[in-house]
Write a protein that binds this ligand. Structure first.
Ligand code: HPA
Length: 277
């Protein structure tokens, strides 16, 4: 028996599939500041989220909201320029619909990027952090509800969400490009408010290095579908309590823009050297 979540996903996927010739092998979700990364790609098709019936349409400023299909570093790629966040009010199944759709189109690898606050005191603004693992708190699992058997199993293992082989590729790519790369644990919080200093202190004791409002739920959905996952955070600010200045979305955007050139180079190198699966 098919589930409503799967039916909706299929409905959205069919519309996109009918409009593209690209057969993407790698999916990339572009976080804050990486919006311009699309210009690196030889774009063949563009599908605006708003043109897909049933698609959760993003409302956040600075997220234009579209899929770009084409070729990057000799690979067939689909990029999400703009993602859907839980804090916008969508069900978690809608939040992960866009990444699942890329899975339905046949991607075997996904690179998830985001802006995050530094909880590890040595991760200052501008640090690039490879995600080794994640913690998800106060947000429901995107797999809650009847299991879509077409996508994956009811109780998926989460021991290696961020593929160890792909982590090696990311490390090596950073080295070869001469880009400093830290590693750590990402914690997903519901947002949209930033955290309190006491919350951040608590998350530090839980083992988190960076805080954000996306990504872990997407990784959970992609892991369910058996897709190889890599994750990189751009630390845009120190998390609450680690310095005295109030946090603003503008600061997040400014730092992300400042780091965009290095982030772009790193991502391209990863796409180039990522082995096919
Ligand atoms: N907290 C949560 N999400 C974020 C932050 C933060 O400090 N910075 C960028 N995204």
């Amino acid at each position: 028996m098919s589930t409503p979540v799967y039916e909706k996903l299929k409905h959205c996927t069919d519309q996109v599939a009918s409009r593209i010739r690209t057969r993407p092998e790698i999916g990339i979700v572009l976080g804050s500041g990486l919006g311009a990364f699309g210009s690196q790609m030889n774009v063949r098709e563009i599908v605006n989220y708003g043109e897909i019936d049933g698609f959760p349409t993003s409302t956040v400023k600075g997220h234009s909201g579209r899929y770009l299909f084409g070729e990057l570093e000799g690979r067939q790629v689909v990029m999400m320029q703009g993602r859907v966040h839980y804090y916008e009010g969508y069900d978690m199944t809608d939040v992960v619909l866009p990444v699942r759709l890329m899975g339905m189109l046949g991607i075997r690898t996904i690179l998830l990027t985001n802006a995050a606050g530094g909880i590890n005191p040595t991760f200052g603004p501008g640090t690039l952090m490879m995600i080794r693992d994640h913690i998800s708190v106060y947000v429901p699992s995107p797999l809650r509800g009847p299991n879509a058997e077409e996508l994956g199993t009811r109780f998926p293992d989460m021991s290696h969400v961020y593929d160890p082989g792909l982590q090696d590729v990311i490390r090596t790519s950073a080295q070869e490009e001469g880009i400093a790369l830290r590693e750590g644990v990402y914690i997903q919080l519901p947002g949209p408010n930033f955290e309190t200093p006491s919350e951040i202190a608590a998350y530090r004791t839980l083992g988190a290095d960076a805080a954000g409002m996306s990504t872990a739920c997407e990784a959970t959905a992609m892991n369910h579908m058996g897709i190889r996952i890599g994750g990189i955070s751009c630390i845009t600010n120190m998390a609450a309590g680690l310095n005295s200045a109030p946090l603003t979305h503008e600061e997040v955007q400014e730092t992300a823009d400042r780091v965009a050139a290095d982030f772009t180079r790193l991502l391209k190198a990863v796409v180039r050297s990522c082995p096919a699966v």
